[in-house]
Design a protein around this ligand. Structure first.
Ligand code: UDP
Ligand code: MG
Length: 210
């Protein structure tokens, strides 16, 4: 409700993120599981803003920021960039967008990312979309996508898989224990996967029988 006090608080904080109506969906899954591809589809159909943590970090490197070299080294090693860097970029992007529905893709990647994001922003995700895909299929996709990424080589890919299993899966398990995970079989072709994604984003009363 927009009381005068709420308005004053909002102005004092200068942030739309204090508004409780912000909707956040974390989009998680291993490297090459199709997060970016499916997020683009979700944006077109459901009016979300897509924020890829990896893309924001790569843009930060390109901008010549003082953190650029550190971020570049972490990405080349498949390591997780310190939370404060990633969270600051996500917060800025959310505020600048002027939107209130966000797909946060590829974040949080470990328990520390998760806890820090909740603490700093006060935001809990509405749900977590989890793209479940076998490593063989993810590896095949990463090695054939040719996007010029410094981390799409077999050595870094293996490191990214290890980090995903050891650090990121526990985040998914945490949200699963809260009943917040919507798991999608991501090994199928893009259109088939999107059919399953659509069901998750469509309010149950609106689903049309076919
Ligand atoms: N990364 C990170 N924190 C994040 C997101 C990405 O440190 O919240 C780094 C990490 O080194 C990761 C790389 O950026 O391996 C690429 O992430 P992206 O999500 O673009 O790729 P994916 O592994 O999902 O294909
Ligand atoms: Mg991606």
């Amino acid at each position: 409700m927009g009381t005068v006090i709420d308005a004053a608080n909002k102005e004092a904080n200068g942030s739309l993120l204090t508004d409780k109506k912000v909707t956040v969906v974390f989009v998680l899954g291993g490297p090459g599981s199709g997060k970016g591809t499916q997020c683009a589809n979700i944006v077109q159909h459901f009016g979300y803003i897509h924020l890829s943590a990896g893309d924001l970090l790569r843009a930060e490197i390109k901008s010549g920021s003082e953190n650029g070299t550190m971020i570049q080294n972490m990405i080349e090693e498949g390591k997780i960039v310190p939370s404060e860097v990633t969270i600051k970029l996500l917060q800025q992007a959310m505020e600048e967008s002027g939107n209130d529905k966000f797909l946060i893709d590829g974040f949080p990647r470990n328990e520390e990312n998760r806890a820090a994001f909740e603490l700093v922003t006060g935001i809990e995700p509405n749900f977590v979309l989890f793209f479940d895909c076998p490593e063989e299929e993810m590896e095949r996709r990463l090695l054939s996508r040719n996007q010029g990424r410094v981390d799409d080589n077999i050595e870094t890919i293996r490191k990214r898989f290890k980090v995903f299993m050891e650090s990121s899966l526990p985040v998914i398990e945490y949200y699963d224990s809260k009943g917040k995970v919507r798991k999608i079989d991501a090994a199928k072709p893009v259109e088939k996967v999107f059919e399953a994604v659509k069901v998750v984003f469509t309010p149950s009363g609106d689903q049309v029988a076919v």
